[in-house]
Write a protein of this length. Sequence first.
Length: 64
Amino acid sequence: MEWWGLVLGVAIGFALAGLMVWRGRRVLRRRQAEEIEDAATFGWMKLEPPRRSDPDENGNENRS
């Protein structure tokens, strides 16, 4: 009966898969944080245009 070899192989497989998922999430979070930091540093943030209450109102008009 060599069932223990199969059980050990499955356990090692699950452990390695869990490790790869954990490391992948860490790398993804680090990469996203670097992108956000670069965007904040160099001003690459995409800004949404301001919402206007009146569609006929010109948003670029100087209001003094």
